[in-house]
Design a protein around this ligand. Structure first.
Ligand code: C2E
Ligand code: CA
Ligand code: CA
Length: 408
């Protein structure tokens, strides 16, 4: 099983010599040396017959045999390669070809509008490696909850995507410091679909930017309403690493905060630890610009990846969110507790606000309290709440919670 990008074999299919060269250079920059190319579907099939290829980049518009025909032939011949689909056409159309390819049994790593961006390619190739690992570890999940990229595109337009908000409280005094916005898809037939399903789908099909921009507007509208009620607390929003590669995002965000009358210092962008690994230099650049504009930056899910202290110190972050896997049940697990304690120390030395995620029990909270963590978030205090329930929590739930703790 291949475990790093440099071991992959990649075939670039595009009728334009310049585009082929460009895609091959991107692959080379990521360390791929086993590279093949083809100017049309017929040549691509010849390459696939003669050697084993892991990933095929397919341009949809090609003479002789176009991308759609190539995908069909690959499926019929049961080639096992994974595909990345590219086109200059609009993202919904490209995504629908991706859905068709998946229905044909091909493994689609991504569908993107041209030009192919380095981060999108890197994420897709990393996904190949991750999926191969997952496949080796467990059989495929049941498909009941499956949704397609086309359905997601429609859901964004129809306003089926909304946000729930989970309180972030101070460890001392249980004061409301902020809320984290968590995406929810209220599907008309399939119930509520978790972001763990549709965020990766949006990332794979070039829809993450439109989804993110839509949800940011929803989040800012709520924040503005809260401010109008005289409630001022921080709003945390999760950003995909792919959104950080969107070069217009920073300006767009500054304009949005102005339009809604929101201070950048009242907004925190959460970005996962793993997104900061690898060569995603553009991510760090965007984060630095966001920080300069006054936004806060949190490193999310810390403890699930492999970022070392040096990598961590390179990120212009203000907050470290310690993952639930380190927090929950650490009382009963001495080793986990040691890692948790040293993570808190590291964050303090780097001058980062510490947040413990996934605090589910009183025992979890006690450990967090004793370690001097700044903020807590978790089911023990509150689940993610829709706006009306959040207001009720602020009005009555929070003071009840404080009274319960005073008695302990
Ligand atoms: P996350 O950013 O780590 O968010 C925390 C997740 O943990 C949420 O899951 C939350 O419901 C859950 N959680 C909170 N407290 C507890 C607890 O005490 N115990 C347990 N077991 N879980 C708890 P959710 O809402 O399903 O979100 C999953 C992930 O999807 C998020 O993880 C985040 O990475 C991503 N996500 C959510 N909304 C967005 C979004 O708008 N944009 C992007 N790019 N990603 C999002
Ligand atoms: Ca988060
Ligand atoms: Ca997290």
């Amino acid at each position: 099983m291949k475990s790093v990008i440099s071991e992959l074999s990649v075939l670039v299919t595009d009728d334009s010599l310049t585009q082929r060269q460009y895609a091959k250079e991107l692959c080379q920059d990521l360390g791929v040396s086993d590279l093949h190319d083809a100017a049309n579907g017929v040549d691509a099939l010849q390459v696939l017959e003669s050697c084993s290829v892991d990933v095929v980049l397919i341009d949809l518009e090609m003479p002789i045999m176009d991308g759609v025909e190539l995908i069909r032939s690959m499926a019929q011949k049961k080639y096992v390669s994974s595909v990345i689909i590219l086109s200059a056409k609009d993202p919904i159309l490209i995504a629908s070809v991706g859905t068709m390819a998946e229905a044909d049994g091909l493994h689609v790593l991504g569908t993107f509008q041209k030009p192919l961006l380095p981060d999108a390619l890197e994420c897709s190739l990393l996904r190949f490696i991750q999926d191969a690992k997952n496949q080796a570890a467990e059989p495929k999940a049941a498909p009941e909850n499956e949704v397609t990229a086309v359905e997601l595109g429609q859901a964004i337009t129809n306003g089926e995507l909304t946000l729930a908000f989970q309180p972030k409280l101070t460890v001392h005094g249980l004061m409301l410091k902020g809320v984290e916005a968590l995406a929810r898809w209220k599907h008309p037939h399939k119930g509520t679909i978790s972001p763990g399903v549709f965020i990766p789908l949006a990332e794979r099909h070039g829809m993450i930017d439109s989804l993110t921009r839509h949800l940011l507007q929803v989040a800012f509208q709520h924040k503005k309403n809260w401010q109008n009620y005289g409630l001022r607390f921080n709003l945390a929003f999760n950003l995909s690493p792919l959104s950080l590669a969107d070069s217009d995002m920073v300006e767009w965000l500054c304009k949005l905060t102005e339009d809604y009358g929101i201070a950048p210092a009242d907004v925190t962008f959460e970005i996962t630890e793993n997104a900061l690994l690898g060569e995603l230099a553009s991510a760090i650049r965007t984060l630095a610009r966001l920080r300069l504009k006054g936004f806060h930056i949190a490193i999310d899910d810390y403890g699930t990846g492999f970022a070392n202290a040096q990598q961590l110190s390179r990120v212009p972050a203000t907050e470290l969110k310690i993952d639930r896997s380190l927090v929950h049940r650490s009382a009963a697990r001495p080793q986990q507790r040691t890692i948790l304690a040293s993570t808190v120390d590291l964050a303090k030395n780097l001058n980062l606000t510490t947040v413990a995620e996934g605090v589910e029990t009183e025992e979890d909270f006690k450990i967090i309290y004793d370690l001097g963590v700044d903020l807590v978030q978790g089911y023990y205090f509150s689940k993610p709440l829709f706006p009306d329930d959040l207001l009720a929590f602020i009005k009555t739930g929070l003071s009840q919670l404080r009274r319960q703790h005073e008695r302990k």
